[in-house]
Design a protein around this ligand. Structure first.
Ligand SMILES: Nc1ncnc2c1ncn2[C@@H]1O[C@H](COP(=O)(O)OP(=O)(O)OP(=O)(O)O)[C@@H](O)[C@H]1O
Ligand SMILES: Nc1nc2c(ncn2[C@@H]2O[C@H](COP(=O)(O)O)[C@@H](O)[C@H]2O)c(=O)[nH]1
Length: 185
């Protein structure tokens, strides 16, 4: 793995990005995961500063106004963004930093960090994606509808990314992910 690299990890909500990343980071603690800012309410068990920085809409808008976000987007009725300073600091220290972000944010990063490695995680089918989002049991019906509608648009954009990985069997997807990341030393 090259040092000082930005890795963008995108895919529809519920495809298993977080699940894959938790496993990847367990095996590769040298990788850094950026903690995003969001106006979404915390889910049960989510910890401020660990899963997200949970902020108000006003606080988020202030961050945008002051250029504190590397990228940001609206998703399923909430704002999400990547705090600029910690990412730039880690990259300057030679670390590989992973951003788990949706499509609009990934497109912004392509403009500002053209050398970032961009991966897209695909579900085996839309039916399985819906099954996973519902099975997670964390989102309202309205949020599920918005997420699934957005999923179709996101999947159509998968070819914009450097690498596509289907998350069907979790272990296979993890192996493919590791191969994609570490073959690029
Ligand atoms: N390969 C897999 N096979 C079956 N279930 C899976 C697989 N990968 C993840 N899941 C399950 O799918 C659900 C959604 O996974 P996860 O929360 O990691 O998705 P996500 O892409 O991070 O979603 P979001 O973008 O909304 O945060 C979880 O319940 C998880 O356990
Ligand atoms: N553009 C950005 N998208 C982000 C960021 N952090 C998370 N996300 C994406 O939002 C959706 C929904 O997340 P959830 O936690 O509410 O399920 C998902 O696709 C995330 O990848 C960010 O900083 N910028």
């Amino acid at each position: 793995m090259q040092t000082g690299r930005l890795i963008v990890f995108t895919g529809p909500s519920g495809v298993g990005k977080g699940t894959l990343l938790r496993s990847l980071l367990k095996h590769h603690p040298e990788l850094e995961l950026s903690v995003s800012v969001t106006t979404r309410l915390p889910r049960p068990g989510e910890i401020d500063g660990q899963h997200y920085y949970f902020v108000s809409i006003e606080e988020f808008e202030e961050m945008v106004k002051h250029g504190e976000l590397l990228e940001w987007a609206q998703f399923a009725g909430n704002y999400y963004g990547t705090p600029r300073r910690p990412v730039e600091k880690l990259i300057s220290q030679g670390k590989c930093v992973i951003l788990e972000i949706e499509l609009e944010g990934a497109r912004q990063i392509r403009q500002t960090f053209p050398t970032a490695l961009r991966l897209f995680i695909l579900p085996p089918s839309l039916c399985e994606l819906e099954h996973r989002i519902r099975g997670r049991g964390q989102d309202s019906e309205d949020s599920i509808t918005r997420r699934l509608r957005r999923a179709k648009e996101e999947i159509e954009a998968a070819n914009e990314f450097d690498i596509q990985i289907v998350n069907d069997d979790l272990e296979t997807a993890l192996k493919n992910l590791e191969a994609a990341l570490f073959a690029r030393c």
